[in-house]
Design a protein around this ligand. Structure first.
Ligand SMILES: *Cc1c(COP(=O)(O)O)cnc(C)c1O
Length: 404
């Protein structure tokens, strides 16, 4: 059970007002808010042991190194990776995907095929298009269905011995659809294709087990997990991380350097060139600790209650159409009201203190499918309440009245 009143005390930002109204923050799918323990971790880092890691013999450097490597182990345990060195700390989901895409440049040849889903965020489309252009690889798309799910029959037909890679999100950020990634991974492995799962939108609600999933790559961002921006992870199976060439050259990623020949460091350092986001990595660990203390089962069941309540109340408003109506959904509601432009609704809601996202949500192909310019997206987190949903609904009614 979630004690939401107590949880809200942990998030200082939830006490602020916007345009004189109490903030109702329903843009959690874009980024989560930050609990005090994570803020304290950031302050403690810069106040007490700010230092560069791994190469220093002095005390501060050792303390920072220990905390940073402890954070890597927290991430490893959270995702149940077999080894800590299978966790590469990156600047976030986008960075992680680009690393894998760049790595595959040397492993793909003309005529090979890769498969993407129609439900992807642009960050899980564009790097692969760039890769295909460079290598002559063919990009195939798993189509979507009207309810916002993937057409799995088509997926199975797309797979063949030329398929080398499949990439798909675990949960769609635009619609909230939870994709059947177990089935996607298992089928891809039958044709010996590798699978990358974009977990940026799933991880705030679901605790993934990368070993049970038997996934080859899994990526996510800390800032959607109560952590800071600019840090995230690339999980890769050891055999894959060893196969891929380094992404960037620089300090930290080498074993020895001379002008004749440089040899690369082992995992994870091979993929972590330069000074990383040390404070961010440590705070990432603190965010995971916080969410695990709340408990992912508690989070999922409470957010589901908010989703059901929000959907029910929203559908009472005339002209509301919800996009993404599968049974397996996270607490994301993407909708439009009649012909009103989503931006106009978002702007009025903001004046009333309610933060929602409007637009294409970095997923233009989904908007093209529905032939709409965008949607209003309300996304809930475990620190939101039914009372806030009531405020949102009342505010939305006012907006609709003003705009129609
Ligand atoms: C947020 C998000 C991304 C991008 O994450 P960044 O932190 O901006 O790199 C990618 N995919 C999905 C599904 C997302 O929700």
């Amino acid at each position: 059970m979630i004690n939401v009143a107590k949880i809200r005390e942990d998030f200082p930002i939830l006490k602020r007002t916007v345009h004189g109204k109490p903030l109702v923050y329903f843009d959690n799918a874009a980024t989560s808010q930050t609990p005090q323990v994570v803020i304290d971790t950031i302050v403690a880092y810069y106040s007490n042991y700010n230092s560069n890691i791994h190469r220093g013999v002095h005390t501060l450097s050792q303390e920072a190194t220990d905390k940073y490597e402890e954070a890597r182990i927290k991430v490893q345990q959270h995702f149940n990776a077999k080894e800590a060195y299978e966790i590469i700390l990156t600047s976030g989901t986008t960075h992680s995907i680009n690393m894998v895409a760049a790595g595959f440049e040397t492993l793909l040849k003309k005529g090979d095929e890769v498969i993407v889903s129609a439900l992807e965020h642009h960050s899980n489309i564009v790097p692969w298009q760039m890769l295909c252009e460079k290598t002559g690889t063919v990009l195939k798309v798993i189509p979507m269905l009207e309810n916002g799910s993937l057409d799995m029959n088509s997926y199975h037909k797309l797979l063949n011995e030329r398929t080398k890679l499949v990439f798909c999100n675990h949960v769609s950020n635009a619609l909230g659809t939870v994709n059947p990634i177990e089935e996607i991974i298992e089928a891809a492995h039958k044709v010996e294709a590798a699978v990358l799962i974009d977990g940026a939108q799933a991880t705030p609600h679901i605790k993934p087990d990368v070993q049970a999933l038997n996934v080859d790559f899994y990526v996510a961002s800390a800032h959607k997990l109560c952590g800071p921006t600019g840090v995230g992870l690339l999980y890769g199976k050891q055999e894959w991380l060893e196969k891929l060439p380094p992404y960037q050259g620089g300090g930290e990623m080498i074993a020895t350097v001379s002008f004749e020949k440089t040899t690369y460091a082992g995992l994870p350092h091979k993929f972590e060139a330069g000074t990383p986001n040390i404070c961010g990595g440590i705070a990432f660990g603190a965010g995971l600790d916080y969410m695990n203390a709340v408990g992912f089962e508690n989070i999922a069941s409470y957010e589901h209650e908010l989703l059901v309540y929000g959907t029910q109340e929203l559908l009472k408003i005339e002209g509301v159409k919800i996009y993404g109506t599968t049974a397996e959904k996270t607490a994301v509601i993407s909708f439009n009201v009649g012909e009103i432009h989503p931006y106009d609704i978002g702007a009025i809601l903001d004046k009333l203190g309610v933060a929602v996202r409007t637009g294409h949500h970095c997923a233009q192909p989904i908007m093209d499918f529905y032939q709409i310019p965008g949607t209003v997206r309300a996304s809930f987190s475990f620190y939101n309440t039914k009372e806030e949903i009531d405020v949102f609904i009342t505010s939305l009614k006012r907006a609709v009245m003003m705009l129609s």
